[in-house]
Design a protein around this ligand. Sequence first.
Ligand SMILES: Cc1ncc(COP(=O)(O)O)c(C=O)c1O
Length: 380
Amino acid sequence: MLQMNSPNQTSVIGFNKPYLTGKELHYIADAHQRGQLAGDGFYTKRCSEWLEQTTGAKKVLLTHSCTAALEMAAMLADIQPGDEVIMPSYTFVSTANAFVLRGGVPVFVDIRADTLNIDETQIEAAITPRTRAIVPVHYAGVACEMDTIMEIANRHDLLVIEDAAQGVMASYKGRALGTIGHLGAYSFHETKNVISGEGGALLVNDPKLVARAEIIREKGTNRSQFFRNQIDKYTWIDIGSSYLPGEIIAAFLWAQLEEAEFITSSRLELWEKYHKAFEHLENDGRLRRPVVPPGCEHNAHMYFLLLKDLDSRTAYIDAMKEDGINCVFHYVPLHSSPAGRKYGRAFGDLAVTNDISDRLVRLPLWVGLDINRSISFKNL
Ligand SMILES: Cc1ncc(COP(=O)(O)O)c(C=O)c1O
């Protein structure tokens, strides 16, 4: 619906608008022409090889979604009923759900007040004899403090599974997000930077996990080895499911990966403009802007502001809506959600998580956005 609330306004600025490179339909037509529409064909190989070369991951397996990649990771981690998995509460449900599906217990640890990433200084105290894995979530494409997290994990013999859903094309000390832990998961959902509608990838960095990852992705069979002529028949050898996207999705994704640099730099330009525009309000103590620590190259996945309290946020979102600008907030912290309370456990009081989730507002950020129209200081 078109809203015309201000004289200069001609249309509503959506919170997100998927960017199309223009090549998507061309590659989809080509995939159709090639005749293989199931997974692991020409475009799937192109995408996974590109991702392996660009990120340095040992093996990249395209999946239907980041959720699917996280479910695969939970199987690869051999999560058994009662096993504990340390993660932030301030995240999307899939981070936890993937492990709960295997009977795992999410242990929710608080986040840092600056990056809103898991507070690495609280992780060690949350470890128990049942802990099997740590799942850092790179919020907004800004890296968690991975050196500390890896050091703790190595000392306690835990797997690290990076939820890098928001972290495509971002890095930590020169290493692509998703390639630092044993496993990493990307999302290509249409709300992300590089998209295929629904889509994702599992990054397998520990060479010992590669063979089993292929099997889990192929319904628990060794079909991938069969297609490589490494065995003469394939059979059911492990648990698994159907996690391969078809070639149409991969063809779409290829058009996006070709433009991944452009998409990232365009978003970074917009992010910087927001950041400059709100600087004086931060200096006046009226809001807080995102923090990107040294060593983190982010991908401008989102721009957010932290306002004074829930009422200020509601007032800002309402004012923006009146001007035809859609802003959103998230997350309901998982430890306080019905399923989080049932299946998980909070570690400590999660004071930062509770506080932040009431105050954070996300501003529109997409390639082609007229940023001069979406910057507003009303009610701030
Ligand atoms: C942190 C995080 N993890 C997982 C997901 C799930 O991604 P997908 O929609 O590709 O399953 C998302 C998507 O929003 C996310 O932000």
